[in-house]
Design a protein around this ligand. Structure first.
Ligand code: AP5
Length: 239
């Protein structure tokens, strides 16, 4: 009887020790996540939103030129994976040519890795084409860092379709998803998800009329970014 009690006591002691170790490891992991998020939140983060062909990439190139920010396009990161010829790349290609959304675990994983690679030297991040669903925004802010600003380029479907078809006609290497059927499907996917994102992030989103000339749009972009940078600088001084 005594032997059984003794064994029971040690068994319990062992389990308690294991649980304490697990808890300690979880706490360490959480502290590391907080440390990383803090390190990234010191750097401006801007989400670039808008439908296919609204001009996200065009404006990002100009922002990079002026501010030297790091441009992370979710579409480009996915296309790099496709170009690698991996099995995963083939799966992604199927989804992208159907005009649907790739699972967020894939997209956020690629963005997170790119942010970690660049954060030591980056002056700011432009997250182009993300979030495309409310849940993507929530996951990004929980796992990477809160966005400081979202720029939404508002454009009619007709204009977006025309712009992509013109881009495809001029391209030497045409994107697999730049054909009319896929563009229409991309437009549909965009339409289904965008109002939820705009509603959730209303306070940090600036809607910009993207039907206008590239330079006029960019003037508005610059105003918004300068304003955000000033606010961030003031907040850092207060802290
Ligand atoms: P992605 O590569 O992000 O494509 P997109 O959102 O469809 O946008 P585009 O790159 O086609 O257009 P853009 O807005 O950058 O316009 P651009 O500046 O080139 O995504 C592709 C796919 O990847 C998605 O469909 C999805 O499957 C997947 N994916 C990506 N992100 C994801 C995510 N977060 N979650 C899940 N899946 C994801 O301009 C277009 C043309 O118009 C150019 O020729 C340009 O010169 C011209 N132009 C631009 N501005 C103007 C202007 N003001 N006036 C006249 N012409 C202009």
């Amino acid at each position: 009887m005594k032997v059984i009690k003794f064994e029971f006591f040690f068994c319990n002691l062992f389990m308690c020790h294991q649980m304490a170790m697990k808890k300690e490891a979880q706490e360490k992991q959480k502290a590391e996540q907080r440390r990383r998020a803090q390190a990234v939140s010191d750097i401006p983060i801007i989400w670039i939103l808008g439908g296919p062909g609204c001009g996200k990439g065009t404006q990002c190139a100009k922002i990079v030129e002026k501010y030297g920010f790091t441009h992370l396009s979710s579409g480009d990161l996915l296309r790099d994976e496709v170009a690698s010829g991996s099995e995963k790349g083939r799966e992604l290609q199927k989804i992208m040519t159907s005009g649907g959304l790739v699972p967020n675990a894939e997209v956020l994983g690629l963005l997170n890795a790119a942010v970690i690679r660049a954060k030591g030297t980056s002056k700011g991040f432009l997250i182009d084409g993300y979030p495309r669903e409310k849940s993507q925004g929530i996951a990004f802010e929980a796992q990477i860092a809160p966005a400081d600003l979202a720029l939404y380029f508002d454009c009619s479907e007709e204009t977006m379709l025309k712009r992509i078809l013109a881009r495809a006609a001029a391209a030497t290497v045409k994107r697999a998803d730049d054909n009319e059927a896929t563009i229409r499907s991309r437009l549909h996917t965009f339409k289904c998800n965008t109002s939820d994102i705009l509603e959730l992030y209303n306070e940090k989103t600036l809607t910009i009329n993207a039907e206008r000339d590239v330079e006029i749009i960019f003037m508005e972009v610059v105003e918004a970014i300068d304003c955000m940078l000033q606010k961030k600088e003031r907040a850092a001084k207060v802290c």
